[in-house]
Design a protein around this ligand. Structure first.
Ligand SMILES: [Zn+2]
Length: 428
C-alpha cells in the first residue's frame, strides 16, 4: 500500500539528476493520494467531483508556483504554459490525468502529471532555453469510471465530441454528464472552445506506469512505447431455451451458459493464433434468468479484444464471430452479435521513439520497446500529432488497485527521460 515513508526509503538509490528533487516528488505524490483516499488503502477520484476539483486545485497551485501560466478550458482540462522564445510555434504538450478508477492506485495518472511538472521545473531551474513553448496538460476523465466515457478530455480537445453526446452519458446515480458539468461550473455548451487544432501542437509526451510486468522481468529502467493497442468491444448474446434444471433431460437442452463457456475458452486461445501482441478477454457476462434451478435461455458476454496490429485484431474478430456462430449452431442455439466501441491502435512514430531512447541513453538508463495494452490519452493525441509514451516499471505489474507501486528511483528516472525528450522537441 502507498505511503510517503515507503517511497522515501529508496531515496538514496535515486540518481542525482540536475534540477529534480526526489523528496519533493514523493511529497507531492503523497499529497495527491490524500485526496479521495479510501478506507481500503486506495484512491477514488471520479471526474466532476469534489475530490477531483481539490486535486486539480492543488495541481494548479503547483503549476503557478513553478511559474507556468495556468488556464482551464470549458470542460475542465487544465493547462500550464512555459513560454518559449518563439511563442507562435506549435507547442510541445505533456501531461496525464488526475482521475482514477474506483479504489485505484497512487501512480496511474498522478505520476504522469507530476513527471511533466518536475520535468518543466527542471528545465526552468537549469536555465535551459527553449524555442517552442511547453504546455503541461491535465486531462479530465481519462478513466471513464463515472460516465463510462473514457479518454474524454483529450477527445474533446481534439474535436471528437459533440455537445449533443453529453446527454447520452449517465453515472450510477442517473446524473447526466451534461448537467454534471454545468453544476460543476463548466460550460458544456462551449465545448467547441476547448478544441485545439492539431497544427497548434507539435508533439505530445506522457509518462505513465507500465501496468504490466515486462520492465520488471527484463530489469529495464524505461519502456519506450511502440504503440497503443486499440480496444474492440463486441457483445455476443446466445439465445436458447429457458427450462427446468430438474425435469429437462440432458439431450434436449438449449443451455446458453454451456455455449458461452465453450466460446470463452476459444476466446482465451484465439490471440496466439493471430499475433504476439493480441489479447482477448471476457470480463463481463449476464445470465438470464440467473436462477439456480433454471437452464439459462439467454447469456450475454462482452468481448474485449486488443492489439497494436490492427489487421491481426480484425482477423481475430472475424474468427471469433465465426466461432460463436459455429458453437451456437452445433448446440441448436442462435447467437446475436453486436459491435460496440472500436478504436484503432496508435503507432508511435520512429522519430519520437528515437528521441525517448536517446534521452534514456544520455541519462545512463536502460530501455526496452514495448506496446501499451491499456488505452491512454496519447491514443487520442496520436491520431493527430506525433505522440509518445515513457513507461516506468510497475511492481509485480499491479495497477488499478491499492497495490500499485513504482519505486522513487523509477519515478525520478521517468522525469529525467521526459525532461531530456521535451528539451529536444522544444528546440526543434
Ligand atoms: Zn492512466
Amino acid at each position: 500500500m502507498f505511503s510517503k515513508e515507503r517511497l522515501l526509503k529508496d531515496i538514496g538509490k535515486c540518481q542525482p539528476f540536475s534540477g529534480i528533487d526526489p523528496e519533493e516528488l514523493a511529497e507531492k505524490l503523497a499529497a495527491l493520494v490524500e485526496i479521495g483516499k479510501t478506507d481500503k488503502g486506495g484512491v477514488t477520484r471520479f471526474p466532476y467531483t469534489d475530490e477531483e476539483k481539490k486535486a486539480k486545485h492543488l495541481f494548479k497551485n503547483w503549476m503557478e508556483e513553478v511559474g507556468l501560466q495556468v488556464r482551464e478550458d470549458a470542460v475542465g482540462n487544465i493547462f500550464g504554459r512555459l513560454e518559449g522564445e518563439e511563442p507562435d510555434l506549435p507547442v510541445v504538450l505533456t501531461g496525464s490525468h488526475l482521475d482514477s478508477v474506483p479504489n485505484g492506485g497512487a501512480f496511474d495518472g498522478p505520476l504522469g502529471c507530476l513527471s511533466s511538472l518536475f520535468a518543466i521545473k527542471s528545465i526552468i531551474d537549469n536555465g535551459q532555453s527553449i524555442k517552442r513553448s511547453i504546455e503541461l496538460v491535465v486531462f479530465v476523465d481519462e478513466e471513464g469510471s463515472r460516465f463510462k466515457n473514457g479518454i474524454f478530455g483529450s477527445r474533446v480537445m481534439m474535436g471528437e465530441v459533440e455537445v449533443s453526446e453529453l446527454t447520452d452519458f449517465q453515472d450510477e446515480n442517473g446524473e447526466v454528464l451534461y448537467d454534471t458539468m454545468k453544476n460543476s461550473g463548466y460550460d458544456p455548451d462551449k465545448l467547441d472552445s476547448a478544441h485545439r487544432p492539431s497544427n497548434d501542437i507539435y508533439a505530445f509526451l506522457e509518462v505513465h506506469i507500465e501496468q504490466g510486468k515486462k520492465l520488471e522481468t527484463e530489469q529495464k529502467n524505461i519502456g519506450v512505447v511502440s504503440g497503443i493497442a486499440g480496444p474492440a468491444i463486441i457483445l455476443f448474446t446466445f439465445i436458447g431455451q429457458t427450462d427446468h434444471a430438474g425435469n429437462t433431460p440432458m439431450e434436449s437442452r438449449k443451455d446458453t451458459v454451456a455455449a458461452a463457456a465453450e466460446f470463452i475458452l476459444e476466446v482465451e486461445k484465439a490471440p496466439r493464433k493471430f499475433s504476439k501482441t493480441a489479447v482477448a478477454t471476457v470480463g463481463k457476462m449476464h445470465v438470464y434468468p440467473n436462477g439456480t434451478n433454471v437452464i439459462a435461455g439467454k447469456t450475454e458476454i462482452v468481448l474485449d479484444a486488443r492489439d497494436v496490429d490492427e489487421q491481426a485484431r480484425e482477423e481475430m474478430l472475424v474468427y471469433l464471430k465465426e466461432t460463436a456462430e459455429k458453437i451456437a449452431k452445433s448446440r441448436q442455439l442462435t447467437v446475436e452479435i453486436q459491435d460496440g466501441l472500436k478504436i484503432s491502435p496508435v503507432i508511435i512514430p520512429d522519430k519520437i521513439k528515437t528521441i525517448i531512447s536517446n534521452a534514456a541513453e544520455v541519462s545512463r538508463l536502460t530501455t526496452m520497446s514495448l506496446p501499451s495494452g491499456a488505452a491512454h490519452d496519447a491514443m487520442t493525441l496520436g491520431k493527430y500529432v506525433p505522440s509518445g509514451m515513457i513507461f516506468v516499471p510497475s511492481l509485480n505489474g499491479k495497477s488499478h488497485s491499492p497495490e500499485e507501486w513504482t519505486s522513487l528511483p523509477d519515478c525520478v528516472n521517468g522525469v529525467q527521460v521526459l525532461k531530456e525528450s521535451l528539451t529536444v522537441l522544444a528546440n526543434e
